[in-house]
Design a binder for this molecule. Sequence first.
Ligand code: BES
Ligand code: MN
Ligand code: MN
Length: 456
Amino acid sequence: MQGVKDYIQQHQDRFLSELFDLLRIPSVSANPDFSEDVFEAAAFIENKLIEAGATRVEICPTDGYPIVYGEKMIDPALPTVLVYGHYDVQPADPYELWHSPPFEPVVKDGKIYARGACDDKGQMYMHIKAFELMMQTNQLSCNVKFMIEGEEEVGSSNLATFVKQNKERLKADVVLISDTSMIANDTPSIDVGLRGLSYIEVEVTGPNRDLHSGVYGGAVANPINILAKMIASMHDENNHITIPGFYDKVVELTAAEREALNKAPFEIEDFKSDLGIADVWGEKGYNTIERTGIRPTLDVNGIWGGYTGEGSKTVLPSKAFAKISMRLVPNQSSDEITALFKAHFEKIAPAGVQVVVKPHHGGEPVVTPTDSPAYLAAAKAMQTTFGKDPIPTRGGGSIPIVALFEKELGLKSVLMGFGLDSDALHSPNEHYGIFNFLKGIETIPYFFHYFSQAKS
Ligand code: BES
Ligand code: MN
Ligand code: MN
């Protein structure tokens, strides 16, 4: 391809300042206080798609936050790439742990610090700039459709409806997504699997009011004690999950597949020191790569109840709550696992308490092929710009809409991510390397180039 690097060099300051403008919009989808900002981020994307040369650009309203659509159809005979990304971000709390304000991007040591820098504003915006580059240098070699949503971090339920209602408009040959990580800046990789998710909130109620913990303590079930015990009982001494039927549909990898998975470079000491932990932890019989890539989990995300204010208050609480996530692997189904959890949780509750199990959003696990023309085009693109073949890896996170693209549109996705696991996604001080941002913009046009070659 011609002048890819030159174009990036000439325009990189503007690319970065535009990304900074987007990062300044606190588009937190989970918190209604930021509702106006989420709409503003959609309008920002709309403008940038128009400026870059997309047509039929539209802010498509939903029952929640809108989907920004745009396209450039150059020739019906050419393949079509559907680019998916999200403009919403996770809440920035706790703010006091940020070294600089989360919505005032700054560059430190070559990295952009801001909520959404990597997940997914920085990675999504690479696609809009790569599209601009291909348009400006007359090298767009596939049709392209953009679908950028604002509810990924809250489960994409309105996007699911949009996809079902817009099958014709979304017709394409492949979905291209940059919303995952690679192994290291000198070790490119492509995720070929994502875990699914069941997310559940539980409420445990004991006595009809908070009680004096001396007058009643010892004689009435304490819902926090009970909840803690119930949660603890859901892992056995080998850290296997004890919910009956939980593992029934889990696909075990063959010895050869496990060996291939473990070929990826991984430094356990770096992993521990990055997280400040003295040892790793997890299911017996599996190592760290396997525990995050191919095994399901059950984790408490938050737990509360009783008195948590200043000083002490001697109280036996009436209620206890927890939010629990289960990461799923093929062929577990989110609805089935949620139902198994509910039945088990209700069964193990002692008679002294009442429990309510409230399912939240979920999503199905996916595995994507490594021998498709699209995967091979992505691998060749990364080989061109990194000088190394990417390693296929399994990502531990979830992008629930990917399974739905397959089901509703019959489309496989290529997860060509440029982030790093150490970029602090969802954590304080999220960041994204300027190297990664520019490398993404450089690599995407090669994907289009090789994909159109493979398809013609
Ligand atoms: N981009 C992440 C998912 C991800 C990150 C996959 C890194 C692989 C590697 C996405 O924005 C995300 O955070 N998804 C949520 C799921 C959603 C339903 C809230 C998740 O995984 O918790
Ligand atoms: Mn994301
Ligand atoms: Mn996320």
